[in-house]
Ligand binder design. Structure first.
Ligand code: GRF
Length: 199
């Protein structure tokens, strides 16, 4: 299976995926890393690993659909089967979701449907919840909305600061995302509307 990772930032989840492939825990081919941020550390990580990278300048594609049409060209060229969003700070349009039904996934640093959006760890921490976690889900046109593939919970300790909670969430993400990708690669998911079962 050919995978593309879309990332806008540090790319620690990309790194976890790269490591899982290297250790043969994930039998997939990372064919492409695409970013909307020229200086994303994710692009550096990909180049270091010898993976093809693409930077698409959002200024040149002001309409979401135009950006996605351009991205689609690269996905077709690399014969990508699965698109993995890893800290990609854009909502994908039907141009991509229609072409890759149940084949675009995202990771979110909270237990959806709680704390959607870009500040999820902080929002959960400030809300004072006792349990939060990580969600891997399919992507549709709505923000942080598609069917849930895997979730993992963690208890917030009285001694946690926002920084320590962020570190604990990221550690959990790096375990959960390669695991979710492996389930897809091994064709282990049975999807019926919002219900995703592992078979
Ligand atoms: C992660 O916390 C992920 O859940 C969210 O964006 C962050 C990306 O981190 N969608 P990184 O770029 O993979 O380090």
């Amino acid at each position: 299976m050919n995978i593309a990772v879309f990332a806008s930032g540090r790319g620690t989840n990309l790194q976890a995926i790269l490591n899982a492939i290297k250790k043969n825990k994930l039998k997939a081919n990372l064919s492409l890393v695409l970013s909307d941020n020229k200086t994303a550390l994710a692009l550096k990580r990909a180049k270091r690993a010898g993976i093809k990278t693409v930077f698409l300048d959002p200024k040149l594609f002001p309409a979401r659909e135009d950006f996605d049409r351009e991205a689609l060209k690269y996905l077709e060229e690399a014969k990508v089967d699965l698109v993995v969003l890893a800290g990609f700070m854009r909502i994908v349009s039907p141009v991509l979701t229609a072409r890759f039904p149940d084949r675009i996934i995202n990771i979110h640093p909270a237990l959806l449907p709680s704390f959607k959006g870009t500040q999820a760890i902080k929002d959960a921490f400030l809300y004072g919840v006792k349990v939060t976690g990580v969600t891997v889900h399919f992507v549709d046109e709505k923000l942080d909305h598609g069917a849930i593939i895997l979730q993992a919970a963690l208890k917030i300790k009285d001694t946690d600061t926002l920084e320590s909670l962020e570190a604990r969430i990221h550690k959990l993400e790096h375990k959960l995302y390669p695991e979710a990708i492996r389930l897809i690669v091994e064709n282990r998911l049975k999807i019926s509307q919002r219900s995703v079962k592992i078979v």
